[in-house]
Design a protein around this ligand. Sequence first.
Ligand code: THU
Length: 127
Amino acid sequence: MSEDKRLIQLALESRDKAYAPYSEFPVGAALLTEEGETYTGVNVENGVNDLSICAERVALFKAISEGERKFTKLAVVCEGEYCQPCGACRQTLFEHAPNLTVLMGNLKEEYRTVQLAELLPEAFQLE
Ligand code: THU
């Protein structure tokens, strides 16, 4: 199985663990490090809506908190044609992985491959 398909499958498996009782829109993500480790994430919602967090950032924060710093690829899956990371996730990911490849997947294991830089042109960067 290709690395991309494996990442999409991991994202799909993790999606089952999403905590999304308010939106009923579960999302799963899988982030690949340069060393070949993977960290999964799901959206975790809260009754105080502003406190909810997306699957992509959960995967990233899990990895960062384990000491990981270099990332090559992220798969994200949800219902719909292809799962597009929100703006907050794009900016957060950009800080750590400006050259990240993003696999935007759906529930049929189809995906589109894009570069994070294409999703967030002229990203904010502290000088
Ligand atoms: N969501 C994600 O987990 N990732 C995204 O990139 C977009 C949206 C979640 C947030 C919320 O829990 C649900 O999807 C509906 O917006």
